[in-house]
Every structure is written in C-alpha cells, then in structure tokens.
Design a binder for this molecule. Sequence first.
Ligand code: SF4
Ligand code: SF4
Length: 357
Amino acid sequence: MSEHNSRYNSEALRKGKWVKLICGASNQDLPSIADLCAIYATIGVHCIDLAADAAVIHAAREALDWVHIQSGKKPWIMVSLSDGEDAHFRKAWFDPAKCPINCSRPCQRICPAKAISSYGGINEKRCYGCGRCISTCPLGLITEEDRRLTLKEFLPLLKKLKPDAVEIHTAPGRSKAFEQTIKEITSNDLPLKRLSVSCGLEGYGISAEQLAQELWLRYQSLRKHGHKPLWQLDGRKMSGDLGLGAAKVAVALWKKIRPLAPPGPLQLAGGTNESTIKQIPKGHGPEGIAFGGMARQIIQPWLLEAQTRQISLREWPEGWQAALSAANELISPWLSRDSSYPVNDPKKGHTKFVMTN
Ligand code: SF4
Ligand code: SF4
C-alpha cells in the first residue's frame, strides 16, 4: 500500500468523501467478490469491508492489485469482528420442503444475488446476508443463520490477513468486552490505519444520548490504545438497503448522534442507498458512507453474466463498462462531496479535532 493511497483514504475521511464497500460478510462467491472489488476500487472507494476469510481476502487482493496497476488506486481492506455474542455474519435460510407448491416466490424475485432459484432453498455460496428476502415470505419461513467468529479465532487470522483496518461491532453495555477486544488486537502489533466501531440503535431500546455515551466509552478505549476512530452508525440491521424509508432512518440516526458524538468521522451504514444523499443537507452531512447490498445489486446482471460466460468481468469490456457506469452513478455523488466536520469536546462543546496521520 503506497503512502499516497493511504493519504488519499485518510484525507477522504477528513473531507467527508469517504466511501466504503461492504462486500458481503460471508460471501464465498469468490469470482463475484473479485469483480465487485475491482469495479468499486476503480470508481474510487476508499475501503472494502470483507469477511475475515483467507480465500475471500486473497480474491479481493488479486483484484485490487489489478486495479492498482490500471489506475494507481488502492482502497484499504477492512475485516470485521463483534465484541459480543451477536453474529456479525449472517445468511438467510429456509426449508424448501415447507414451501407451498403454488407460492409465487417473492423471496426469489427480491434476492439481488440470485441466491434463490425457482425451486429449492437458498444457495449458501451466493447469499451475502442482505436480509431482503426475510420479510417477503408470507409464511415467515425464512430465518437468519448466524455466523460467529470469536476473538480467539480472529486474532491468528488477523496476523495472517494483515488488513489495513478492523471494524468492531459493538452494542450498548459491552464497553468492557470492547476494551478487551481492543487490547488483544493492539497486542498483536498490527499496523492498522484505522479502527472502526460499528453500533446502532435498533433492537437495543436506548436513546441517541445513551448511544453517544456508549461511543464516548469506546473512544476512551481507542485512544488509550493509540487507535484512530471511525464511527459506523448502523441505521438498520440487515436492512437490505431498501428504499427511501431505510435511507431516512440512517440519516436520522446521524442527525441525532452528530452533536453528541466523540471525535472522529461518522460513517453511515445499514439502510444506505441511492436515496441517502438526497436526505443530506448540502455542505453538511456524515463524513462517509458504506454501501452493501445496493452496491452489489446494481451491477449484479453483469456479475452474473460474467459468471455464466465463466470469465471475469474484467475480461468482458462491454460488461465492465456497463457495470462501471452503474456503480459510478451510486458512488460519484459521495466522492465529490466536501463536508469537513466539527466535533464534540465534552468540556468545550464543539471544537476542531485534529486527526494526526
Ligand atoms: S435476499 Fe439477501 S439474505 Fe436473502 S437469500 Fe438473497 S442475498 Fe441472501
Ligand atoms: S416466499 Fe416463503 S414460501 Fe414462498 S418460496 Fe419463498 S420461502 Fe418458500
């Protein structure tokens, strides 16, 4: 990773242009991961959030090296972990034997990954846990299957994978577990460029003020161990990046948290889509955004066609250009923003926080 790229990515956080691609936490569909990474790295995203899995990271790195040669761009690679029992990685599941024969299969129609065929259940390799299908089943047959990675399993992986950044998914009341996680990660002496903390309100029954207090506790741990924070606000869990409603929830959370949050850039996730930017006041807004299912969905036709042809999207110029243009429409408005951020100091109110880099 060149110093130039690292500066470009850090600068994006400072200027409010940061874009992360969430590649799908448990995606084992390696050719699609490589093409997804190649497309969004070429557009200029700053970070790609991948499953902590050697094969996944290898596929992504190969694609990112290709992009680096073509364009000089190289996003950070981020891997995620939870500091609690909740699973960060999920896949959907149902038993097809229970489906009525005359079901119109709304689950199949909504799946952006084409993981549900016209018969049978969910193709585990294709499902990337976006959650869209869950609410479509009139019989409530679709459930989430949790995938957990413990700290003990994660640490050796971290050493092997050498990501540029780590994201810790935390929840209210887990400041001690968070502190322990940070301590262990730090003791592995990895040159991490950023430590992201992901937290939301949904499902915890707390207020924005309480969430902000939790973030301040995480902030103390991060600074104690010398890490630069990045706060990921999850509007909705497994939102599937659905329309305007989800976009509004994600932006509303940012509006509540911004005046209360500890220093460090705020990045939206969980419900982000093409409508999100329209909800944000001009010259203002979060310092970054993450796109998951939406980013994949808009280029899915070309990903699938490349798979059918048994080639990489990079080997199919028309498909590559078409996918690039669709991805660009979603991402470019964010890359051209400038929203430097004032940040809270608990004693002085709003002050400028200087990120050293
Ligand atoms: S809609 Fe999402 S969660 Fe459901 S099967 Fe497809 S990828 Fe998996
Ligand atoms: S919508 Fe429900 S019942 Fe219909 S095919 Fe999908 S999982 Fe089965």
